[in-house]
Design a protein around this ligand. Structure first.
Ligand code: NAD
Ligand code: A1AUG
Length: 515
């Protein structure tokens, strides 16, 4: 029997021993910089001429590695291997599959500082955020292993004296897993292992900015006993490899996490039945957000300001859950606004290798340019009251930025910026605040700060987001505690880290035997 699931505790870096271990780990991983990483197809390491150069976003000169790039031919080879491996893997014992996840979790836990140090460098994550990403990766492994054990024997259905009925979940086939760079470890590991523990084989295409951590997960899964060909590592350009495999007739399902633009493209392309295709592809698609914190007039205003600032600027606002808009009751607007500005100006900002920095860089030049573009738009649409400057000379750094007095329909109030920018707006009462909170095409996370019980109950019903939080910020869902996923253009609401997640990678089979 496995012990009950509890989430992985976060590391307290005020403890001298932990701080030293992290510093040692950061030094240790420097020895790996510049290494080459091959593809892994059927366990075989394949090196290609064409490579992805992976750099530290806080220091563009620091090259972390060169990762082989797959192409259509290699994607085809990976598909053949995954298709063939599925014939045996689908019949493997679910206990065996879950054990691989438990062992993988133990391996990562033992090397936790090393993984977190890597995330500081590859993802530009401050220590606290890197530690949370590693902890969440461990959580996904532990949680999905246990969920598989729960569903392996199916669900009881009724039988009659003359018949014995059974209902089981069976795997789907080859799954294409496409992951984003922001939770480079947790989301990549969670989506990959959910697909494989349910008996599917996987083609893993990580984000091009952060493919090394995915190679490291492959090594961990291999060490944990995963047979060859179950997960195949094929980094490469989304536009080439991604499109090709989404449309491939042997792809049975696509598990995607990323932007609305790419997510909707995948949804459309996967829906087209290709020649030779004998199923309708399943899609699990989690996309962006335009997440709002609502502040009522009967509220703890310090909590409100802290929640806005932490949720807006943690990991430089590069979370789909990040607070990018705050709707504040007019009675307390000025007070909250002023405190948000003060707290924002106190934030430390710089290379995340230094644990004194609360905020690090944004991921790459394209992100930097896009966010700086939105800051220019914001200057037209609202009042710039904090930040607004960027520096891309060494790494891609943007100051935490606050715009006040923004119209709820303004672009910076509607479009996902995915950077350290938050817009504040005023509402005349709570009804109007909820109306504004719901007025985007997204529906991922939201929070309400109020001491008014009726307003909390009103928000519970009317605030239309997949993850709603009361009297706290709107980020940092924990696997198994706050299943995560959004409504509307935030995705298919698959609820990662929740009790229904694995079943989406399976199909129900009924057997009925006459007695
Ligand atoms: N809802 C969630 O759970 C969640 C979690 C994390 C991130 N996100 C969202 O992800 C976005 C940021 O991540 P990103 O910049 O990596 O997103 P992105 O859409 O640019 O890329 C995501 C993945 O898709 C691949 N890709 C790109 N074009 C493709 C194509 N044509 N076909 C197939 N794959 C393709 C990329 O290479 C990458 O691996 C934000 O919008 C954020 O809100 C959502
Ligand atoms: N699950 C994370 C967000 C993932 C998307 O970026 C959170 O709850 O903050």
């Amino acid at each position: 029997m496995v012990v009950p699931y509890t989430h992985e505790p976060f590391t307290d870096f005020t403890v001298e021993e932990n701080r030293r271990k992290m510093e040692d780990a950061l030094k240790k991983i420097e020895a790996e910089f510049g290494k080459e990483y091959p593809l892994i197809i059927g366990g075989e390491r394949i090196t290609t001429e064409d490579k992805i150069k992976v750099v530290n976003p806080a220091n563009k000169e620091e090259v972390l590695g060169f990762v082989s790039k797959s192409n259509k031919e290699l994607a085809d080879k990976a598909m053949e291997v995954a298709d063939e491996t599925f014939k045996t893997w689908r019949k493997s014992d679910p206990n065996f599959r879950a054990d691989i996840l438990f062992r993988a979790a133990a391996i990562v836990r033992r090397r936790k500082f090393e993984f977190s140090a890597h995330l500081v460098k590859e993802g530009g994550k401050p220590w606290k955020e890197a530690d949370a990403d590693t902890a969440e990766a461990i959580d996904f492994l532990e949680y999905y292993g246990r969920q598989m054990l729960k569903i392996k024997d199916g669900v009881e259905v009724n039988s009659r004296p003359i018949e014995h009925n059974q209902f089981h979940y069976i795997p789907l086939g080859v799954g294409l897993v496409i992951s984003p760079w922001n939770f480079l470890f947790a989301i990549m590991a969670g989506t990959t292992t959910a697909a494989m523990v349910t008996g599917n084989t996987v083609l893993l295409k990580p984000a091009s900015a952060t493919p090394i951590i995915a190679y490291k997960l492959m090594e961990v899964l291999e060490e944990a006993g995963m047979p060859k060909g179950v997960v195949n590592y094929i980094p490469g350009p989304g536009s080439e490899v991604g499109d090709y495999l989404v449309e491939h007739p042997r792809t049975r399902f696509v598990s995607f996490t990323g932007s609305r633009e790419v997510g909707t493209r995948i949804f459309e392309r996967a829906a087209v039945v290709q020649e030779g295709q004998i199923w309708l592809k399943r899609t699990i698609i989690e996309m962006g957000g335009k997440d709002t914190i609502v502040v009522d007039n009967e509220a703890d205003l310090e909590l409100a300001a802290e929640s806005i600032v932490q949720s807006a600027f943690g990991f430089s606002g590069q979370k789909c859950s990040a607070c990018s808009r705050a709707v504040i009751h007019e009675d307390v607007y000025d007070q909250v606004k002023n405190r948000v500005i003060e707290l924002t100006n106190e934030l430390t900002h710089g290379d995340p290798t230094d644990n004194h920095n609360f905020m690090g860089p944004v991921i790459d030049q394209a992100a930097y340019d896009k966010i700086m573009g939105y800051i220019e738009i914001g200057k037209e649409e609202g009042k710039l009251v904090a930040g607004g400057e960027g520096d891309d000379s060494k790494g891609w750094f943007i100051k935490p930025t606050v715009f006040a007095d923004v119209d709820p329909k303004a672009r910076i109030m509607q479009e996902e910026i995915f950077g350290p920018v938050v817009a504040l707006t005023k509402a005349k009462d709570f009804d109007e605040a909820i109306e504004i909170a719901n007025n985007t095409e997204y529906g991922l996370t939201g929070a309400v700060i109020t001491n008014n019980r009726e307003h909390l109950e009103q928000a519970r019903v009317d605030f239309h987001v997949g993850n709603l939080y009361f009297n706290r910020g709107c980020t940092a869902a924990i696997v198994g505690y706050q299943p995560f996923g959004g409504f509307n253009m935030s995705g298919t609401d698959s609820k990662a880290g929740g009790p229904d997640y694995l079943i989406q990678h399976m199909q129900g089979k009924t057997t009925s035997e006459m007695l």
